[in-house]
Design a protein around this ligand. Structure first.
Ligand code: F6P
Length: 343
């Protein structure tokens, strides 16, 4: 293999740049040229790209975001658009492609592979919702941001005897809310995977804590409990239906209702895109570097339609089709354990 392409696609995550750096350095060490595609699949169709040299990626180790930019490009679901992608790869001399992103990006990589361009996926997403891997680039960095933000909100809530209601990201999954809540000792974590009852699981629980002497509270909620109704993908989430039916369909409305019913002064905070920014943690720098090296080795050895994964703590790879077909069961026991532990 003489030339490979690399792109970042979907939501950016801290550590994507470190992965780009590792791919370029490893490729160069093996005499392989690397073409960086800007803005994911959109850039491939528009032939928006440049050659990446070792010098151009040298300083990327701890840089947040992605120098290749990213985009969500729905048109790539169309087989004709995929065929155009293959043609453009051929024009650019690209014989293999590294795609860094989440499961939406891997669907594109799978289709591009089946259409003739061998692809390898690297999981880069803060959501940690890719089933076939134990870890994704950006999750640790994002969780550190969330834990830090919650502990700051905790300080001011404690000072004023308030309840802080915090919405965190995570797309359609509750992993970020669960782990962020555990790491910061939240009183309640509300996630799409586990149904809740506002009176029993929120008001009564917090009141019981107040009666036992606690004066300030932290509630963490996964964003998709509140996703807009237009986002049909999440309509099956029962908590989403519940908040809509009960007129508490935003974190602000939820907080207002909570304040009315509990008598506890409360404030809502949406952490938003701050969760995706900044330098990657040490953990994500190492993970990104190891995954980048492994991806190049796969392409070099003519392996494609693979996702680089962490399994039993070690870097390995997994079939992309099988990985996409898997469903990740939510760890309800862990949520129950944390709710009891924090009482
Ligand atoms: O997938 C990463 C993610 O940050 C999700 O947690 C979130 O739902 C989504 O991207 C936000 O996307 P956008 O940046 O397009 O608003």
């Amino acid at each position: 293999m003489n030339t490979i392409g690399i792109m970042t696609s979907g939501g950016d995550s801290p550590g994507m740049n470190a992965a780009i750096r590792a791919v370029v350095k490893q490729a160069k060490a093996n005499g392989i040229k690397v073409i960086g595609i800007n803005k994911g699949y959109k850039g491939l169709i528009e032939m928006d790209c440049q050659e990446l040299t070792s010098a151009s990626v040298e300083d990327l180790y701890r840089k947040g975001g992605t120098i290749l930019k990213t985009a969500r490009y729905k048109n790539f679901k169309d087989p004709e658009v995929v065929a155009q992608g293959v043609e453009n790869c051929k024009k650019l001399g690209i014989e293999g492609m590294v795609v860094i992103g989440g499961d939406g990006s891997f669907r594109g990589a799978r289709d591009l592979t089946h259409a003739g361009i061998p692809c390898v996926g690297i999981p880069g997403t803060i959501d940690n919702d890719i089933v076939c891997t134990e870890d994704t680039i950006g999750f640790d960095s994002s969780m550190n941001i969330i834990t830090d933000c919650i502990s700051k909100l905790r300080d001011t809530s404690e000072t004023l005897d308030r309840c802080s209601v915090i919405e965190v990201m995570g797309a359609g999954a509750g992993w970020m809310a669960l782990e962020g809540g555990i790491a910061s000792g939240a009183d309640i974590m509300l996630v799409p995977e586990v149904e809740f009852d506002f009176q029993k699981d929120v008001i009564d629980l917090i009141k019981a804590k107040k009666e036992s002497g606690q004066n300030y509270f932290v509630i963490v909620i996964a964003e998709c409990v509140f996703f807009p109704e237009s986002n049909s993908k999440h309509k099956k989430n029962k908590n989403f239906q519940y908040v809509n039916e009960n007129g508490i369909e935003t974190v602000e409305k939820f907080t207002k209702k909570f304040q009315e019913m509990s008598g506890i002064e409360s404030r809502a905070t949406v952490l938003g895109h701050i969760q995706r920014g900044g330098a990657p943690t040490f953990h994500d720098c190492i993970l990104a570097t190891n995954m980048g090296v492994h991806a190049v080795e796969l392409l070099k050895n003519n392996k494609s339609a693979r996702v680089v994964v962490v399994k039993d703590g070690k870097i390995t790879d997994f079939d992309i089709d099988e990985g996409l077909a898997m469903k990740k069961p939510f760890d309800k026991d862990r949520l129950e354990m944390a709710t009891k532990l924090n009482f």
